[in-house]
Design a protein around this ligand. Structure first.
Ligand SMILES: Nc1nc2c(c(=O)[nH]1)N[C@H]1C(S)=C(S)[C@@H](COP(=O)(O)OP(=O)(O)OC[C@H]3O[C@@H](n4cnc5c(=O)[nH]c(N)nc54)[C@H](O)[C@@H]3O)O[C@H]1N2
Ligand SMILES: Nc1nc2c(c(=O)[nH]1)N[C@H]1C(S)=C(S)[C@@H](COP(=O)(O)OP(=O)(O)OC[C@H]3O[C@@H](n4cnc5c(=O)[nH]c(N)nc54)[C@H](O)[C@@H]3O)O[C@H]1N2
Ligand code: SF4
Ligand SMILES: [Mo]
Length: 735
């Protein structure tokens, strides 16, 4: 007899409810959970790939160690001991900063992984802390920190109640949400906005799958959105439409905005962005006049050269039109575990130290991943020699991934906490694999800060792990406690560290921490055993489809984390970046031509997600790693639909098939990121059979958003040419 258990899909922030039907050890199907409080049965095809992950013979079940270039399974005790010994040696000899930590996106999806973030920082004790945030979303966090006082004070589009939605650089039909837990039905919400007489406007250099669900779509020249948004601000002030609304007396810096925007010339903005001045004026007036409105943008804006300015200007537009913290505007969730108030020191920080080589400021105790390679490769005191990598495949996901790989080869020791031998972990000395996704408990500690409604759920492990299996939390507890013990010279301190470590390993679990977080959170039961309404882990277990906790309510100014409880509309550090924007696009220098006459942008794909490329369910069929190019650009370069092209940038070159389409703007080409599985020495049979090319072999780590340190992976200058092949030769799969 089969059974069904309900869980949250942990693959992205959309947080869909899934119904997993299984018999014994085998998964029979994964469907949408019709009764789920958020997603109500919606899911996307990626969830079914989890079945492949469970049975994947390539997924590591035991630690492996590289000896003379060959991988050998070793037991856990030996692995933990060697990892701690090697890292401790490096830190004792070269100082704590000689070990770097890097965590990718898969920690954000996993409670055990997330709970290692703070201990890893505290116990590894290194300034060289890096995460995927600095490729993905640092501009958002940076702006929230400076404007609201907390880096995680996420503004969430209140789509269910809005009348006007201006959306830039996001493709929710495919990504399903993007910093918004929508339960995979964003595009239906867009249809609903239009059906009730509202407007949805999309700004994107590609007429994406989402465009069909919008009232209008405008091409924009990549990386010029800050100018477009500045134009919108200018018009709103010029037309007398700026109104602070309810929050008026809680805003500082209001008077600084209008004089800044006034200086910008709308005709020039139109010329540079490619959006005509009448449209900019109309959009600004319609947005500011709508009963409620939202200006929102995601990775097309945060992963480009002016990510910080774009995010700031979007927040400015929401504030000056009175849409911040208002129904139908940008609202704020109140999660069951309120990470913002509950995790001491999580607010963020800026420039409390700088990177060794190029003097980049930290943000939230992190340095940008774009400088990792130089920190490893540049000789001198403080050079990174040891590396703890976890849940990220930087070789494919960081700008100039090849250089990052060259850097990894120069390390004295590298450990990866990861279930696969992939393009990044192949450089490790030891890999420690966590148990599979259904063998651990699940709670979205972080993604509930992106909730579109307040709700919560907890999932215990669905299957028991084959012993001895370790979760991410257990692996890191072992590694870190042993590291501290081995690093400590003083015998009394060492004994103390051993005792504390033993206590943590014996008594502290994610479930215990969650229970405390829930009980003492905004909806919690406290320690009162008779409080049957309040939340606890036990209560959540009784509600496998999740518990609805209400719509977002107004919460400003009370919830602000700034010292004066005000919204800071014009932070000085942000304003100081405006001259860079002007220099880049409005000065004579910007006109200078060079050999790279096109720019490349990325696109996510409905059926894939980086590390899931080893799932045959998700990659079967025609290879989808193609380069979209406009017919005019194709014609002038002699490129045919399906023909191979080379894409070359200042740092590298790749080859892939072209797809000629007028959905992409002239001058712009577009490809999906996180492919490129043709590197040797990986253990990814399915992915190797569908390698594609890696977009990050052409992105440039030297170019970043100077304000926030975020990597630039959209709008990278490239040269695109047809590849002429001898008639009888097979096309190479990847450069
Ligand atoms: N299917 C699928 N879904 C996913 C993921 C996945 O891998 N696969 N990943 C998840 C993750 S980690 C994230 S962060 C989210 C991201 O979700 P989204 O932000 O929606 O990501 P994309 O679909 O890449 O959309 C980015 C858009 O920005 C556009 N763009 C590029 N440059 C510019 C520019 O200069 N200006 C403007 N206006 N637009 C630009 C691109 O053409 C593209 O349409 O998706 C999540 N959902
Ligand atoms: N050019 C370009 N580059 C991009 C993007 C783009 O749009 N264009 N998007 C950026 C964005 S938004 C993101 S989020 C990043 C994503 O980039 P990464 O953060 O590198 O994510 P993945 O490539 O999916 O790799 C995830 C890793 O986690 C491992 N893993 C899976 N499950 C677990 C687990 O339970 N525990 C542990 N310890 N490991 C696990 C996988 O094996 C894999 O090694 O890429 C960024 N890079
Ligand atoms: S959108 Fe797809 S991958 Fe994301 S949570 Fe939902 S089912 Fe999972
Ligand atoms: Mo992301």
């Amino acid at each position: 007899m089969s059974e069904t258990r309900y869980r949250t899909c942990h693959l992205c922030e959309t947080m869909c409810g899934i119904a997993v039907e299984y018999h014994g050890d085998e998964i029979l199907s994964i469907r949408g959970d019709e009764e789920h409080v958020l997603s109500k049965g919606n899911i996307c095809p990626k969830a079914s790939g989890l079945q492949d992950v469970r049975t994947d013979p390539d997924r590591l079940r035991r630690p492996v160690k590289k000896i003379d270039g060959e991988w050998h399974e070793i037991d856990w005790e030996e692995a933990f001991d060697e990892v701690a010994t090697r890292l401790a040696e490096i830190q004792r000899q070269h100082g704590k900063d000689a070990v770097a930590t890097y965590q990718g996106r898969s920690i954000a999806h996993n409670i055990g992984g997330l709970l290692t973030v703070m201990p890893l920082r505290a116990l590894a004790g290194t300034k060289n802390t890096y995460t995927g945030s600095t490729v993905d979303q640092q501009p958002h966090n940076f702006v929230w920190y400076f404007m609201f006082g907390h880096q995680f004070m996420a503004t969430i589009p209140n789509l269910d109640r809005t009348d006007y939605y201006l959306m830039l650089g996001t493709n929710p039909k495919i990504s399903n949400g993007a910093q918004m837990a929508t339960g995979a039905n964003t595009y239906k919400k867009l249809d609903t906005i239009r059906a009730r007489g509202g407007k949805v406007v999309l700004i994107d250099p590609r007429r994406t799958e989402t465009a069909e669900h919008c009232t209008e779509h405008h091409f924009i020249r990549p990386s010029t959105d800050a100018l477009f948004l500045m134009g919108v601000v200018k018009v709103i002030f010029e037309r007398g439409l700026a109104t602070p609304g309810r929050l008026g007396e809680h805003i500082v810096g209001w008077d600084e905005i209008e004089p800044i925007a006034r200086k910008f010339d709308l005709a020039k903005i139109a010329e540079v962005t490619g959006i005509n001045a009448q449209d900019i004026e109309r959009i600004a007036v319609e947005l500011a006049s709508a009963k409620s409105a939202i200006c929102y943008g995601r990775t097309g804006l945060s992963m480009q050269e002016f990510g910080g300015l774009c995010n700031w200007l979007m927040m400015v537009i929401n504030v000056i039109t009175g849409n911040m913290d208002e129904p139908g505007g940008m609202t704020f969730p109140l999660p069951a575990i309120d990470v913002l108030n509950g995790v001491k020191g999580s607010q963020g920080s800026w420039d409390s130290y700088r990177s060794r080589v190029s003097g980049r400021p930290e943000f939230a105790q992190e340095l940008p991943v774009s400088i990792l390679a130089e920190e490893i490769m540049t000789p001198g005191e403080g050079r990174i020699r040891g590396f703890i990598g976890m849940a990220g495949n930087g070789a494919l996901s960081m700008p100039n991934g090849k250089r990052f790989e060259e850097a990894l080869d120069q390390l004295d020791f590298m450990v990866s906490v990861d279930p696969y031998i992939n393009e990044t972990t192949r450089h490790a000395d030891i890999i420690l694999p966590p148990v599979g996704p259904f063998e651990k408990s699940h709670y979205d500690l972080f993604y509930h800060t992106y909730d579109t409604i307040n709700w919560t759920t907890y999932n215990p492990p669905l299957f028991e792990a084959k012993a001895p299996g370790y979760t991410d939390f257990e692996i890191m507890s072992e590694v870190l406690t042993r590291l501290v013990v081995k690093r400590t010279r003083n015998p009394f301190k060492r004994l103390f560290a051993k005792l504390v470590g033993g206590f943590v390993r014996r008594w502290v679990s994610p479930q215990l921490l969650l229970d405390l977080g829930l009980r003492f959170g905004p909806y919690g039961a406290g320690l009162n055993p008779f409080n049957r309404k309040g939340l606890s882990v036990k209560k959540l277990k009784e509600h496998p489809h999740g518990i609805y906790l209400g719509e977002h309510e107004r919460c400003l100014p009370e919830r602000l984390f700034t010292h004066d409880k005000k919204i800071h509309l014009a932070p000085e550090v942000i304003l100081a970046d405006i001259p860079r924007l002007e220099k880049r696009w409005l000065s004579d220098e910007s006109a200078s031509s060079n050999e790279f006459d096109m720019v490349i942008v990325g696109r996510l794909q409905r059926r894939t997600l980086g590390w899931m490329h080893n799932s045959h369910r998700l990659v079967k069929g025609k290879d989808s790693c193609t380069l979209y190019i406009h017919p005019d650009d194709a014609r002038s370069r002699g490129i045919e639909d399906g023909g191979r092209v080379s894409v070359r940038s200042a740092v590298g070159a790749i080859e892939l098939p072209a797809e000629v389409t007028d959905t992409v703007m002239p001058g712009v080409v577009c490809m999906p990121p996180l492919w490129g599985h043709s590197r040797s020495g990986t253990r990814l049979k399915v992915a190797n059979a569908h390698p594609g090319a890696s977009m990050n072999d052409v992105t440039n780590e030297k170019v970043m958003d100077e304000l926030t340190g975020n990597a630039v992976v959209h709008g990278v200058p490239v040269k695109v040419e047809a590849v002429s092949l001898p008639h009888d030769s097979q096309a190479p799969r990847s450069a």
